[in-house]
Structures are given as structure tokens and as C-alpha cells.
Design a binder for this molecule. Structure first.
Ligand SMILES: Cc1cc2nc3c(=O)[nH]c(=O)nc-3n(C[C@H](O)[C@H](O)[C@H](O)COP(=O)(O)OP(=O)(O)OC[C@H]3O[C@@H](n4cnc5c(N)ncnc54)[C@H](O)[C@@H]3O)c2cc1C
Length: 490
């Protein structure tokens, strides 16, 4: 059976490549025969990322999208040549790292060439005095963290997907790790970058702690989701491996109390590395054995670093929890969180039962934090077929919060799973924008949020589109994403 027989979700606007054989030969010339594939098995492997609805489609025997060529470059020159060829032949190019993205960023919606970055997998340098690591962008996150740990450091960036995501993917999506309240998001960690622009020019944004040399151009590529360039190398901050960890947990009567306690902690410039507030439903789901927290709101904290500072942080964290109706639940809930923090089987258990589920993260300033929680939950509940809406908050700043929602349900009769999925997403976006939130905290835009970008950015989106047109006049690099939905021009 050929792949053409499969149902293809993104089939409109697939690129028409005039002479596929000629392009294949040219790619083999650039990369060597073994680093280019047109095999069906590889095309299927690169037909989707980890966007959850794609799993429903896979189980129904449908393909999300279909690339024409898969490539595995190992140096900048090969990427430059692929991009030049793609511009000449007007072929779309999708950068692909580990495919753990959950918004469709790495899905080749127009077909064309996949550039898989996994062979860019080396640590180039650790500078102990500067506290930096320079690393190739395709490197796996856990491999980097293990390497740093073995030398006495940590990157401080531990996303739940650390085993299946890369440094380039983190940068592309402005990712956040579980320890972000102390160490920041990836955009706080990048000090230098090397990027190959869509037409093949290599630029280096030099490593520096701070400068005043014009706009911060590196920021343009952090969060650009592979649409403005391919990141090949990055220099990141690193930290000494923590001397001590304090594990703290409190049960609060209401989510309002827990948010207030955390806001007060941060106001005192105390930054526990991990803070996680679980709403009632998530508390009952994740901590069924902790009696003190039944029908309440669980908050877990991890303070880490220098022992003397950790002791002080713990004291101030506890004071603020107790002043806001918190009841100490000991270390057990935090140990449970440590043990289960990479367990992600929950959401993927839905699709085999023909249920549709996903997670949606957004952010908001403190002033509207509680409004946002209720607004998004209520908005999603109104979608017919929704059976479950829950949330936790897991990224905190002195000025605001990142919330993470989960929905699950089944489309009502007459609606497809995709229509139901999109209705839930739109309801969440609507509920977020209504109270002044931002539509993504760390998963990014990809396809799922692209049509909300005008609401998010206003007039400024047109400036961003002008930059895209200038850097990528043939619109070859990751088209159909971020600024516009598949099938629409930038
Ligand atoms: C179970 C699970 C848990 C997750 N937990 C977290 C979490 O805690 N925090 C978080 O932030 N995210 C999380 N994610 C989302 C996902 O892991 C991130 O978005 C991750 O940053 C993507 O990295 P990747 O290497 O897999 O990139 P891919 O999915 O392969 O690509 C993502 C995007 O980056 C682009 N891209 C990839 N490499 C490059 C490059 N070198 N240059 C330019 N563009 C590039 C691609 O074109 C695409 O647009 C989770 C996902 C899953 C499935």
C-alpha cells in the first residue's frame, strides 16, 4: 500500500516539486546518500510532532502531513546548501529536532524537506569562570543535563519533556522547565547564538552577559519557531549543582489562598526553584493518599542552592504559607512529585477510547491571575462534549503566573474530533484573552494558536510579518506556522 492511500489531514497546499529526482540527487550530493531519505517509514516518522490530536489520527490510520525528503545534516555548510537549493526550487523546509512540540510547529504541513537537527549533538565548551556551556542546538536536553551534572553543574532547565527534546527546540518555543521560578525560562539563559538565516547566511550573535549595542537581535530568534532561521549553536548560562534541596508542601483551603501565599513569597524576592499549585481536581488526581489535602489545593515547593540561603528561603516560604491558611503536609507529596514528574501517560490514555484531550498553558499578570483561572475553565466547560477541565500553576514571577490547563471530552454527534479539539482550544484562548492573559507561556504558537496571533499582538504582528518577508522572501522556512495558519500567505 502506498502512502497516498492514507487519509492526509494537511493535504491542501502541498508543494509541487517539479523534478523530485533532480532534487533528491542534489540533496544526496550535499549530504551523502545515507543522510537523505524518501522511504515511507521515514516519511511517516516525520509526519507529525507530539500534538495530541495527531495520536487520535494515527489510531484512526490517518497521517497528519507528509514530507517529501528527510535530511540529516551534520554541519552548517550542509544546511546552507539545503536552504539555497530550497530557495531555488521553492521547496518548504521544516526544521525538526525531537518532535516533542505540542502545537504542530514541526509538522511539515506543505510537505517538502525536513531538516533533522539531531546530529548537531555535541557539547562544545564549558567555561567555569563565565559559568556558560556552548552546545550544538540538536543536542538532547537530558544528555546535556547529565553531562553538566557529571561536572558539578546544572543547566537549571528541566522541562517535563527533557528526555525527548533538544536545545534548539527549547529555544524555538521559548520553553520553560519545572525549576523555572529560580532559573528562569530558556530566554533568560541564552547568552549567545549561531543562526542560519532562510537564504543561507550564517550569523553569530556574540556571547555576552549584557551589552548596549542596539536591539537585542538574539531575542528575535528565541521563540521564532524555526520560521526566521535555524539555530545551530547556543551558549547558555549554567549553575553550580545545588548543595541542598528543601522539600516543602502545604494544603490550602482554596486556590485563592495558595496564589496569595506564592505572590507574597516572590514579593520578598524568595525564589523557590519549583512551585506547583494544583487545583482541587488535580490535587485529588495526583495526591489521593495525602489525607490532609483531600478536596483542598496542594502546593509543592523545592528550594535549592547554597545551604544557608536554602534554610532562609524555606523559613520565609513556610511563614507565608501559614499566614495564608496553609497546612504543612510534609515532604511526602514532594517526593511523590519527584518520582512521578516525567510520567506523562495520562493525556495519551484518552485517544484509544476515542476521547480528545490536550493541555494548554497561558500566562497572566498577578492582578488578573484568579480571573484567568476561572475564565479559562468556565469557557472550556461551555464547549459541548467537554468532560474534564483542570489546571495547575507551575511557573511564577514577582509580576505574574503561568497556568497549565487540561481538557478532555468527546465530540458530540455530527462534529469531528478535530472540530471538537479546535473548539476547546478556541474557548481556552478566548477565556485567556478576555482577562488580559497571554495565549502561550511556553509551548509556543505552531499551528494551534496561529489564528490567535492578531488578537495577541495587535498591530505589532505586521512588523513581525515584515521581518519574516525580509528574511525569507520565498517563505520556505516552516511556512503555515506562527504568523498565519496553513494555506494562508504571511
Ligand atoms: C510530555 C511532554 C511534556 C512537555 N513538557 C514541557 C515542559 O515542561 N516545558 C516546555 O517548555 N515544553 C514542554 N513540552 C513541549 C516540547 O517538549 C517543547 O516545545 C520542546 O521545546 C520542543 O523541542 P524539540 O526538540 O522536541 O522540538 P521539535 O518538536 O522537533 O520542534 C519544535 C519547533 O522548533 C523548531 N526547531 C527545532 N529545532 C530547531 C532549530 N535548531 N532551529 C530552529 N528551529 C528549530 C521546529 O521547526 C518546530 O517549530 C512537553 C511536551 C511533551 C510531549
Amino acid at each position: 500500500m502506498t502512502l497516498e492511500k492514507f487519509d492526509l489531514i494537511y493535504k491542501d497546499n502541498r508543494c509541487k516539486i517539479k523534478d523530485k529526482e533532480k532534487v533528491l540527487l542534489k540533496l544526496k550530493e550535499i549530504l551523502g546518500d545515507e543522510n537523505v531519505s524518501t522511504k515511507d517509514i521515514d516519511k511517516i516518522a516525520y509526519s507529525k510532532d507530539t500534538t495530541l490530536i495527531s495520536l487520535n489520527w494515527s489510531l484512526q490510520g490517518k497521517l497528519t502531513a507528509l514530507p517529501d525528503f528527510i535530511t540529516w545534516p551534520e554541519n552548517n555548510n550542509q544546511i546552507v546548501q539545503i536552504l539555497k537549493l530550497a530557495n531555488k526550487e521553492k521547496i518548504p523546509v521544516t526544521p525538526f529536532a525531537e518532535g516533542s512540540g505540542v502545537v504542530g510547529g514541526a509538522i511539515p504541513v506543505y510537505g517538502g524537506i525536513i531538516i533533522d537537527m539531531k546530529r548537531f549533538n555535541k557539547v562544545l565548551k564549558i567555561n567555569d569562570k563565565d559559568l556558560t556551556v556552548t552546545v550544538q542546538a540538536g543536542m538532547n536536553g537530558m544528555n546535556l543535563e547529565r553531562y553538566l551534572n557529571s561536572k558539578g553543574y546544572t543547566c537549571g532547565h528541566i522541562p517535563q519533556s527533557i528526555y525527548t527534546s533538544s536545545i534548539g527546540g527549547w529555544i524555538a518555543h521559548r520553553a520553560a522547565g519545572q525549576f523555572s521560578t529560580k532559573y528562569g525560562k530558556i530566554e533568560d539563559m541564552v547568552l549567545g547564538l549561531e543562526v542560519i538565516l532562510p537564504q543561507g547566511k550564517i550569523i553569530e550573535l556574540k556571547t555576552i552577559a549584557r551589552a548596549a549595542t542596539g536591539p537585542q537581535l538574539e531575542k528575535l530568534f528565541i521563540g521564532a519557531e524555526g520560521t526566521l532561521g535555524i539555530v545551530t549553536k547556543a551558549t547558555l548560562k549554567i549553575w553550580l549543582y545545588p548543595e541542598k534541596r528543601a522539600l516543602i508542601s502545604y494544603a490550602f483551603p482554596k486556590i485563592e489562598d495558595s496564589l496569595e501565599a506564592v505572590r507574597k513569597i516572590l514579593r520578598e524576592q524568595i525564589y523557590p526553584a519549583v512551585i506547583r499549585i494544583y487545583d482541587n481536581s488535580e490535587t485529588n488526581r495526583h495526591f489521593p493518599d495525602i489525607k490532609k489535602v483531600k478536596d483542598k489545593v496542594m502546593v509543592v515547593f523545592v528550594c535549592e542552592g547554597n545551604k544557608r540561603l536554602v534554610d532562609l528561603e524555606e523559613k520565609i516560604t513556610r511563614e507565608n504559607c501559614e499566614n495564608n491558611n496553609g497546612v504543612d503536609c510534609g515532604v511526602e507529596p514532594v517526593e511523590h512529585w519527584f518520582e512521578s514528574r516525567f510520567n506523562v501517560k495520562e493525556t495519551s490514555m484518552f485517544p484509544p477510547y476515542k476521547l480528545v484531550a490536550d493541555t494548554i498553558e497561558v500566562s497572566v499578570m498577578w492582578d488578573h491571575a484568579i480571573d484567568l483561572y476561572y475564565s479559562v475553565i468556565e469557557s472550556m466547560k461551555k464547549v459541548r462534549g467537554v468532560l474534564l477541565t483542570t489546571a495547575h500553576a507551575s511557573h511564577f514571577y514577582p509580576n505574574g503566573v503561568g497556568f497549565y490547563f487540561t481538557f478532555g471530552g468527546a465530540p458530540v454527534e455530527g462534529k469531528s474530533d478535530f472540530e471538537f479539539y479546535k473548539a476547546c482550544w478556541d474557548a481556552a484562548m478566548q477565556g485567556c484573552i478576555k482577562v488580559g492573559g497571554s495565549i502561550s507561556h511556553h509551548h509556543g504558537i505552531g499551528i494551534n494558536r496561529a489564528h490567535w496571533m492578531e488578537k495577541e499582538w495587535g498591530e505589532a504582528l505586521y512588523t513581525l510579518k515584515e521581518i519574516k518577508k525580509t528574511l525569507d522572501p520565498n517563505n520556505i522556512l516552516n511556512p503555515g506556522k506562527t504568523y498565519t495558519s496553513p494555506g494562508k500567505e504571511v
